[in-house]
Design a protein around this ligand. Structure first.
Ligand SMILES: Cc1cc2nc3c(=O)[nH]c(=O)nc-3n(C[C@H](O)[C@H](O)[C@H](O)COP(=O)(O)OP(=O)(O)OC[C@H]3O[C@@H](n4cnc5c(N)ncnc54)[C@H](O)[C@@H]3O)c2cc1C
Length: 328
């Protein structure tokens, strides 16, 4: 494909952009083409162009839930950077005595920025996400959650592009949210913007909850090394062989339903500190793999497979990746 023809269609397009610089794991080869979409029109144009040219494309948020291959991505990476949001200062509706504020935000808004902005105004609904990295669009696609909250809880509606490039507005119900999943993830739809329903609350309390989650993460998670958050989803207790359930009683957490933390299984399998090259199963939080230096995606994959095999051999449980693998 001619560089010039693509560049004409997408002004500002770059070539051979190293993706490791756009991920929290600091791993990954180059994108053949790289385009920063600053608004909805840019996103739509990039998608239409890649469809027209039959060029594979990949939507990149903050890169906090990804492992990108050492070979990078052959096609067009669309970096989502539409970052507008509006928080009305007055209440917009009142349901059963609760004052609601409808916040409008584009998909490229940084989640930490939105959490700070809303909690500072005493708005309740996002405080569970204190310390959660990434963009709002990435969070909606994966129904991000922590500390008994999930993004789905505050969604009113989402504007998205479907696989054919058609614009759609979906109600929360139509988003088909489930544990770390949604219609956007299942069908590869692109989140463009959303309306969130937040409540008016006690500012001091809301801020202190968000801050306590940030502190918890700083203390308990290996944030001193590049990482991609939890590598595996936690395991649905219902899917665990019945004979094993009783032995996990003490560690089951109900968030959002009874789950066995994968970190516990990895730890019990004796895998803390296991290394392949410069990739290590964190000793601090064993569901994290940390990049100790210039680790490769190949080594991370080897380590992931080793962990899965050991946990399967010990408990008969198959761990499922939460991170998205790109370019493999
Ligand atoms: C230290 C750390 C802690 C974390 N803690 C948590 C946690 O507690 N709970 C949790 O749920 N997650 C957690 N994560 C994972 C991650 O933060 C979330 O999944 C986040 O929402 C991903 O957003 P992103 O913009 O970084 O997405 P990316 O990593 O850039 O992309 C992830 C996937 O989302 C897709 N995507 C991105 N933007 C859009 C869009 N606009 N429309 C459609 N698809 C899109 C990408 O194509 C890709 O498939 C953590 C990660 C780190 C590094």
């Amino acid at each position: 494909m001619k560089k010039t023809s693509l560049q004409k269609l997408l002004p500002g397009l770059k070539r051979n952009v190293l993706l490791k610089n756009y991920t929290t794991f600091k791993i990954g080869g180059a994108a053949q083409f790289f385009f920063v979409a600053k608004n909805k029109k840019d996103v739509m144009k990039a998608v239409q162009t890649s469809k027209k040219l039959k060029l594979p494309f990949f939507i990149l948020g903050e890169g906090s839930n990804l492992l990108i291959s050492d070979r990078g991505f052959k096609g067009l990476v669309v970096k989502i950077r539409n970052t507008k949001y509006e928080i009305p200062r007055t209440r917009t509706s009142s349901v059963r005595g609760r004052q609601n504020i409808l916040v409008y935000a584009e998909a490229g808004v940084s989640f930490p920025v939105l959490v700070k902005a809303t909690t500072e105004l005493g708005l309740s609904g996002l405080e569970w996400a204190g310390g959660l990295p990434g963009t709002l669009g990435g969070a909606i696609r994966g129904n991000a959650g922590a500390f008994r909250g999930e993004i789905k809880d505050v969604i009113l509606e989402v504007e998205a592009l479907d696989e054919k490039g058609n614009l759609k507005t979906l109600s929360r119900k139509q988003c088909n949210f489930s544990y770390r999943s949604s219609i956007f993830k299942k069908n590869n739809w692109i989140v463009l913007s959303t309306a969130l329903k937040l409540g008016k609350g006690n500012k001091k309390l809301i801020q202190s909850i968000a801050k306590s989650h940030i502190r918890y993460r700083e203390e308990k998670h290996p944030l001193e090394y590049p990482n991609a958050g939890s590598i595996f989803k936690n395991c649905d207790l219902k899917k665990i062989p019945k004979r094993l359930r009783a032995s996990f009683n003490k560690v089951v957490k109900t968030d959002p339903f009874p789950l066995i933390p994968s970190a516990h299984l990895i730890s019990e399998a004796g895998l803390k500190g296991l290394r392949v090259g410069q990739a290590e199963v964190s000793t601090k939080h064993p569901n994290y793999i940390v990049n100790l230096g210039n680790t490769t995606a190949k080594d991370v994959i080897k380590l992931i497979n080793l962990v899965k095999k050991e946990v399967k051999d010990k408990f008969g449980i198959v761990l499922e990746e939460e991170i998205k693998l790109v370019g493999f």
